[in-house]
Design a protein. Structure first.
Length: 144
C-alpha cells in the first residue's frame, strides 16, 4: 500500500510541474442564455421558442449549441437546437419542433434553454453546460 501512495504522489507532483511549465491556463468557456417568456404553437403543432445568448470559448475546444425544451405537466418535449456563434457578442436564437404524440395546447408551460458545449479535448465529445435558464412560459397560438 505504501508503494501505491508514493507512486500516486509522484504522478501528482509531475502533473503539477508539467502544468506550471506549460504556462497560463487557457481561458475557460463562459456564457449566458435567456429564453423569452412567450412561445408559439402553430396549427400543425409546431412549437417556436426564442431568446438570446452570449458565449466565449477557446478555439478548438468544441462546438456550442443552444437547446430548448418545453414542459407541460409531467411531460417534457425537446424543441430543437441551434448552433451557437461564440464571439462574445449577444445573439438571438430560435428553435422549432413539432413534439411527438398529442399536440401541445396553447397556455401555461415551462421553458428550459441550455447553452451546451461538446468539449472534444479528450477526443470524445463530452457535454458541458455553460449556462441555463428556466421559467414559466406562455404558449400562444401562432399567427399562421
Amino acid at each position: 500500500m505504501r508503494v501505491s501512495l508514493v507512486a500516486a504522489g509522484a504522478v501528482v507532483a509531475a502533473g503539477v510541474l508539467l502544468g506550471a511549465a506549460s504556462g497560463p491556463a487557457a481561458a475557460a468557456p463562459s456564457g449566458t442564455v435567456s429564453a423569452n417568456p412567450t412561445g408559439t404553437v402553430s396549427k400543425d403543432g409546431t412549437i417556436t421558442l426564442s431568446g438570446t445568448y452570449r458565449c466565449s470559448v477557446p478555439s478548438g475546444s468544441g462546438p456550442v449549441f443552444v437547446s430548448s425544451s418545453v414542459r407541460t405537466g409531467d411531460v417534457q418535449h425537446g424543441i430543437g437546437g441551434t448552433s451557437a456563434v461564440c464571439d462574445g457578442a449577444e445573439h438571438t436564437w430560435v428553435n422549432q419542433a413539432r413534439p411527438y404524440g398529442t399536440p401541445l395546447p396553447s397556455g401555461p408551460a415551462r421553458i428550459e434553454a441550455t447553452l451546451l458545449q461538446l468539449n472534444t479535448r479528450s477526443g470524445l465529445p463530452l457535454p458541458a453546460i455553460l449556462a441555463a435558464d428556466w421559467h414559466a412560459l406562455d404558449l400562444r397560438p401562432a399567427k399562421d
